[in-house]
Ligand binder design. Structure first.
Ligand SMILES: *[C@@H]1O[C@H](CO)[C@@H](O)[C@H](O)[C@H]1NC(C)=O
Ligand SMILES: *[C@@H]1O[C@H](CO)[C@@H](O)[C@H](O)[C@H]1NC(C)=O
Ligand SMILES: *[C@@H]1O[C@H](CO)[C@@H](O)[C@H](O)[C@H]1NC(C)=O
Ligand SMILES: *[C@@H]1O[C@H](CO)[C@@H](O)[C@H](O)[C@H]1NC(C)=O
Ligand SMILES: *[C@@H]1O[C@H](CO)[C@@H](O)[C@H](O)[C@H]1NC(C)=O
Ligand SMILES: *[C@@H]1O[C@H](CO)[C@@H](O)[C@H](O)[C@H]1NC(C)=O
Length: 384
């Protein structure tokens, strides 16, 4: 036993068994630096069902942060943003989207645009070479008119780029594009595929890949940043919204054993009236024997996922990364990490050495975590 495990460790140190190689990710020593901002907290009243199912009594609101990522390629001195969060004056969005805010359905906690957060942090806007939009929803596109014309825009080629006022119902407007060079990523021409996702090598050196993750909106893309030669951060955008849509799955359970105190907590923080597990007994949820994610992508008529079936497939692919010890998956609205992720100016590059994933990956079942929405609570509100 001892001898075989020694051999196994030897393989791991040599990198021969690294699972990211099995995904098809090539070797490289080129890396990027990744840092994160939370631009705003949003509460979408009575909208949780447009993202996840099931929605339990008392958890009808969707509450989430809006992460925006600064990605720096030191070798070429290039700086990118992956998503921008929402602009602080949402009434100035295209009318079809602004109406969302005049109706009172969204509560926002935000004082600054990402452009101000960057400048406050000593990052000049002129130094941002490109902004990558994972997709064109209002809570990702920021306000491009605040960036200089020299900042380019990168989008998936399937993205709906129609703008207001030419198209009265468009969700984008002329000012989102004016002056900016737009690059469309065409995954059909990509010759790399990682765990089923078409990938484009952005800098041509293996430091940053863009991944085709359609479904939430046409043209939706994700990114895979190599932050050390052998560890990665996947920026998942809105491929999914709650980590319970990805966790737990068998490979995840295997690579990230649930800590004993959280197995105990899950017995009561997860309602057996809504979630099944083979070894649940007497109303106590058994996390160990659960081999399926807790939440499904919403497929209700008012789902925020434009194509729930395709979304689920993209989610399955990204979930293989989520189960991997060398890849940290960060979705744009991961409320489970809102209070634990190190924000700018901290770098996320050392997430693996600092055991960040092991420390946080199960926090969504902790009763005190805002992501813990697995048991009904009494609510005074009348559902509508
Ligand atoms: C990365 O660097 C190591 C150590 O210098 C070297 O052995 C290896 O060949 C390099 N790998 C690539 C893909 O350049
Ligand atoms: C979001 O909420 C967290 C937790 O309450 C808080 O610390 C943070 O300041 C809020 N962020 C914004 C932009 O309001
Ligand atoms: C566009 O907006 C008008 C009203 O502003 C509405 O009647 C129409 O149904 C909308 N069309 C689409 C395709 O959403
Ligand atoms: C930026 O682009 C806009 C729209 O094309 C143009 O009107 C403006 O003059 C440009 N600004 C600069 C400083 O080049
Ligand atoms: C893959 O595509 C890139 C970019 O188009 C190209 O430079 C590279 O040669 C291609 N590789 C193969 C093996 O076809
Ligand atoms: C909800 O109802 C209970 C019982 O009537 C009351 O004590 C409590 O203050 C209410 N909470 C809110 C937020 O209105």
């Amino acid at each position: 036993m001892r001898r075989t495990s020694g051999l196994f460790i030897g393989f791991l140190v040599g990198g021969a068994c690294a699972s990211w190689l099995d995904f098809g990710i090539p070797h490289s020593n080129a890396t990027v630096d990744v840092r994160v901002f939370n631009v705003a907290n949003a509460t979408l009243l009575n909208d949780a069902h447009t993202f996840i199912l099931p929605v339990l009594p008392g958890h009808e609101d969707a509450i989430f942060p809006m992460f925006a990522f600064l990605v720096e390629h030191k070798k070429s001195q290039k700086r990118l943003m992956f998503d921008l969060g929402i602009r602080k004056d949402p009434l100035n969005l295209a009318p079809s989207v602004a109406s969302f805010f005049t109706s009172g359905g969204v509560l926002l906690e935000q004082s600054k645009d990402i452009t101000e957060l960057l400048q406050d942090g000593g990052i000049s806007l002129a130094s941002i070479d490109e902004v990558i939009w994972s997709h064109v929803h209002f809570d990702h596109i920021g306000d491009m008119s605040k960036f200089p014309n020299s900042t380019g825009l990168v989008i998936g080629s399937e993205t709906d780029t129609t703008t207001y006022p030419e198209f009265p119902n468009a969700t984008l407007q002329t000012s989102d594009f004016a002056g900016h060079k737009v690059t469309k990523i065409d995954f059909a021409a990509a010759n790399l595929t990682f765990s089923g996702m078409k990938a484009v090598d952005y800098f041509g050196d293996g430091s940053l890949y863009l991944l085709n993750t359609p479904g939430h909106l046409p043209g939706h893309l994700s990114a895979l940043a190599r932050v050390t030669p052998t560890s990665f951060i996947a920026l998942g955008g809105d491929t999914f919204h709650h980590v319970g849509e990805a966790r737990p799955r068998p490979q995840f359970q295997k690579n990230f054993p649930c800590p004993a105190h959280l197995l105990e907590e899950a017995k009561t923080s997860i309602s057996t009236d809504y979630f099944w597990s083979p070894r649940s007994r007497d109303g106590a949820f058994d996390m160990l024997s659960r081999s399926q994610q807790l939440f499904a992508v919403s497929d209700l008529p008012d789902s925020f996922y434009a194509n729930p079936v395709t979304s689920q497939v993209s989610l399955e692919k990204l979930a293989t990364f989520d189960a991997d010890p060398d890849i940290l998956v960060l979705i744009a609205h991961d409320i489970s990490l809102r209070s634990s992720i190190p924000y700018y100016p901290a770098y996320l590059n050392d997430w693996k050495a600092s055991n960040f994933k092991e420390r946080t990956v199960w926090s969504f079942v902790e009763k005190t975590n805002p992501a813990s929405v697995f048991t009904p609570i009494s609510s005074n509100r009348t559902a509508n």
